[in-house]
Design a protein around this ligand. Structure first.
Ligand SMILES: NC(=O)c1ccc[n+]([C@@H]2O[C@H](COP(=O)([O-])OP(=O)(O)OC[C@H]3O[C@@H](n4cnc5c(N)ncnc54)[C@H](OP(=O)(O)O)[C@@H]3O)[C@@H](O)[C@H]2O)c1
Length: 309
């Protein structure tokens, strides 16, 4: 397994991790695939408050050598909500410290200075080791960095694959210069790489792969993983896919083959290009609805607890 340093830290994370969105509906198989993954030397496991699988992920990583990344949902970006969310995640994951705590999406209805203050407090309290963001544009990242007092942002998790690759040269360059690791999510286009719609790309990957005795998936991941300052977190639920994905290491696409893939250009718009303008417009309303829902859930939980006591 290849490792990279996380941001400006000395922490080593595997170039390939496992993403756990949509994992968890079957507890036993989820635990099995996470454990099998960690047994191969991969140490990066990514989850989120939003995925509602932290309890299962927590069970899978007990006593394992793991670098655990989770995310707080944007409607919880006020200080007290972040502090509560982190405690809940720690409890569900059954760990004392979250290795990487990420802001899942920007939330313009909450002052970033308040959010980052809370994140820094969590590091001071020993509940979080490193702070990351996700789906942050260059200007949002700069604003977040400028509001930090003591610690650094070590990573930005963004959508990146052979289908969705226009992340912006300036964001990429900024992250490289400032030692902010890019964590590539949906590196197989959320499985769309295998759709009829993207057949031309698939055929190209297949043709290139034939020369190296590699599969289209391995070519797609190799193209991504050759980029510096980047690791990728595909989601896979079978041993077969795990082993295939591991086969994207220890060989290198030649520059002319990389160029053939580069020349294809962007095929699929990133999720953030559709969601960010909507969330920007709707942020206050959406935040209010989610906060009310969350309050109801917390009240119900404490009522239930009282009844049980
Ligand atoms: N920060 C964010 O806003 C954000 C957004 C989206 C995702 N993420 C993170 O990124 C992770 C990965 O993204 P994703 O789940 O959207 O999509 P992805 O990793 O691009 O694709 C997952 C799909 O690819 C399939 N797959 C994996 N390996 C394969 C192989 N070797 N051959 C054929 N198919 C293969 C999986 O099938 P099987 O399950 O059958 O193996 C699954 O259907 C998520 O789990 C999550 O942790 C973050």
């Amino acid at each position: 397994m290849e490792f990279i340093k996380l941001g400006s830290t000395n922490e080593k994370i595997s170039k390939l991790g496992i993403g756990t969105w949509k994992l968890g509906s079957d507890k036993n198989s989820t635990i099995k695939i996470i454990k099998e993954t960690l047994n191969t030397g991969i140490n990066l496991v990514d989850t989120a408050q939003m995925y509602q699988n932290e309890e299962i992920v927590g069970e899978a990583i007990q006593d394992e050598d793991v670098f655990l990344a989770t995310k707080v949902s944007p409607h919880n970006f006020h200080e007290r909500d972040i502090l509560r969310s982190c405690s809940e995640s720690l409890h569900k994951l059954r760990i004392k410290t979250i290795d990487l705590y990420q802001l899942h999406w920007p939330n313009p209805s909450v002052k970033i200075s308040e959010t980052m203050r809370a994140m820094e407090k969590l590091v001071d309290e020993g509940k979080v080791r490193y702070i990351g963001v996700s789906n942050f544009s260059l200007s949002e990242l700069e604003e977040a960095i400028n509001s930090m007092k003591k610690y650094e942002i070590v990573s930005n998790q963004i959508e990146y694959s052979v289908l969705t690759r226009d992340i912006g040269d300036s964001l990429s360059e900024f992250c490289r210069k400032n030692k902010i690791t890019l964590i590539a999510y949906s590196p197989l286009g959320s499985g769309k790489l295998f759709d009829e719609k993207y057949k031309e790309m698939f055929v190209l990957l297949k043709d290139i792969g034939n020369k190296y005795d590699k599969t289209p998936t391995q070519v797609a991941l190799n193209w991504l993983l050759q980029k510096e300052n980047l690791c990728a977190i595909p989601k896979f639920s079978s041993r077969e896919h795990l082993l295939e994905n591991l086969g994207s290491f220890n060989w290198k696409l030649k520059p002319n083959d990389i160029k053939k893939i580069d020349d294809f250009g962007q095929l699929k718009k990133p999720l953030s290009s559709m969601l960010n303008p909507v969330t920007k417009r709707m942020a206050p309303l959406w935040s209010n609805i989610m906060t009310r829902k969350e309050k109801k859930r917390i009240n119900n939980n404490s009522e239930e607890k009282k009844e049980n006591d």
